[in-house]
Design a binder for this molecule. Structure first.
Ligand code: GLY
Length: 346
C-alpha cells in the first residue's frame, strides 16, 4: 500500500484511481480528437461555468487577431459587469460588513508578465486594473486603498458595487448567523454562503497563452481577506512554453497547494491537463487534516476546481466533487462540458 492509499483508505483510493483513469481518458480523447480535426493547435478558450459568454467573446477577438490576454480580459469583463453574477465584480456578494471587495489577476504568457489587485473596492472591472498595473508599473499586486487610488489615477470610475440582490442576501446571512444574537432570522440554522469566481484561459493559433481570474471572493468574508484569485501561481498561472491553469473554489486550499503553478508544472513533466489537475486535487484532499474542514478523512467540506490548457490545445477542468461544469470554445463550438472529479458528493 503506498502513502496515498494509507491516507485515503484503499477503497476510496481505488475509486479515485478509477475516476482518474476514466476521466483522464475521456478528457484527453475529446481534446485530442478535436485538435486532430484541424491537424494543429487551434485557438481554444476555456473558462469556469459562469464564463460561457467570456469564451464566446474571447474566441471572437482571438480570431480577429487580438492578443490572448486582451481577449481573455474582455470575456471576463462581461461577467464582472453583470449584476446577476453574485460572485464576480459588480453585484458580487460583499464582506461581513456589507462592502464588496474584489480580487483579480492577469498573466500574459508571451512576455511572462502579470498584474493583480486584492480587496479592491468600488471598481467594476478589477481585471482591467490588474492589466493596468502590469502595463504601467514594476509591481504585480496592489491591494486595498492603494489599489483604489491607483485605479482612480488611471481614470477608473468609482461606483457602488452592492446591488439590492447582493445586499438582501447579505442581510439574510447576517440575520441567520446565530440564535444567540439580537437579529431575528427566518432560519437560525444558518444560511449557506454562495461561492464562485471566473477564470478564463486563452490559446491562439500561434500557441500563445494568457489568463485572467476575477472574483468577489468568499461571500461575507472577514474584511481584508484575500483569496487565491489575485495570487499568481494560485488562482492563475501561465507558462507560454507549457500551458495555463486557473482556479475557482475554496481559495485557502488553492493557496496552500500553490495549485495553478503545480498543475502547470505537472503538465511540463508530461501529464495531460486532467491528470495534472487531479494530481493537485488529490494532494489537497490528502493534506486537509483539520476535522472542521472534513466530512470524513480525505473528503473536504469545500470544493476546488481547476481549469487547464496546454500549448497543444488539450484542455480539461476537474473538481474534488462531481457536478461542476466548465465553458469551452474549442474553435468549433462554444459549450458547457462536465468537469472531471475525484468523488461523488456524499
Ligand atoms: N477562489 C476564490 C476565493 O476563494 O476567493
Amino acid at each position: 500500500m503506498n502513502s496515498n492509499e494509507n491516507k485515503m483508505g484503499r477503497r476510496e483510493f481505488l475509486q479515485v484511481g478509477a475516476t482518474l483513469g476514466a476521466a483522464a481518458g475521456l478528457g484527453v480523447a475529446v481534446a485530442a480528437q478535436e485538435s486532430k480535426t484541424f491537424g494543429r493547435a487551434v485557438p481554444v478558450v476555456i473558462s469556469s461555468a459562469n464564463g460561457l459568454r467570456a469564451t464566446e467573446k474571447a474566441m471572437h477577438l482571438i480570431r480577429a487577431g487580438t492578443d490572448t490576454l486582451d481577449a481573455a480580459i474582455a470575456g471576463v469583463n462581461i461577467v464582472e459587469e453583470d449584476p446577476n453574477d453574485i460572485t464576480v465584480g459588480y453585484g458580487g456578494l460583499p464582506n461581513e460588513r456589507g462592502v464588496v471587495e474584489l480580487d483579480a489577476c492577469v498573466m500574459h504568457g508571451p512576455t511572462y508578465r502579470a498584474g493583480a489587485v486584492g480587496a479592491l473596492q468600488n471598481i467594476k472591472t478589477p481585471s482591467k486594473v490588474a492589466k493596468t498595473i502590469m502595463d504601467h508599473t514594476n509591481h504585480i499586486l496592489l491591494v486595498g486603498q492603494g489599489a483604489l487610488d491607483f485605479a482612480k489615477m488611471y481614470g477608473f470610475k468609482e461606483e457602488n458595487l452592492l446591488t439590492d440582490k447582493a445586499r438582501e442576501l447579505w442581510v439574510r446571512w447576517k440575520e441567520n448567523l446565530s440564535p444567540n444574537d439580537d437579529w431575528i432570522g427566518e432560519d437560525q440554522r444558518g444560511f449557506s454562503r454562495p461561492t464562485g469566481t471566473i477564470t478564463c484561459l486563452a490559446l491562439n493559433e500561434k500557441g500563445d497563452l494568457s489568463g485572467c481570474t476575477s472574483t468577489s471572493g468568499l461571500a461575507f468574508k472577514i474584511p481584508g481577506r484575500v483569496g487565491d484569485s489575485p495570487l499568481i501561481g494560485d488562482g492563475l498561472y501561465v507558462d507560454n512554453d507549457v500551458g495555463a491553469c486557473g482556479s475557482t473554489g475554496r481559495g485557502e486550499a488553492v493557496i496552500l497547494s500553490s495549485g495553478s503553478r503545480i498543475v502547470v508544472e505537472n503538465m511540463r513533466h508530461g501529464m495531460s491537463p486532467e491528470e495534472a489537475i487531479l494530481d493537485v486535487l488529490k494532494r489537497i484532499c490528502r493534506y486537509t487534516s483539520e476535522t472542521r474542514w472534513l466530512h470524513s478523512p480525505g473528503k473536504p467540506k469545500f470544493d476546488v476546481n481547476f481549469y487547464a490548457i496546454n500549448k497543444k490545445g488539450d484542455y480539461a477542468a476537474a473538481a474534488i466533487y462531481k457536478g461542476s461544469k466548465f465553458s469551452v470554445h474549442d474553435g468549433l463550438r462554444n459549450t458547457h462540458k462536465d468537469s472531471g472529479y475525484l468523488f461523488e458528493k456524499a
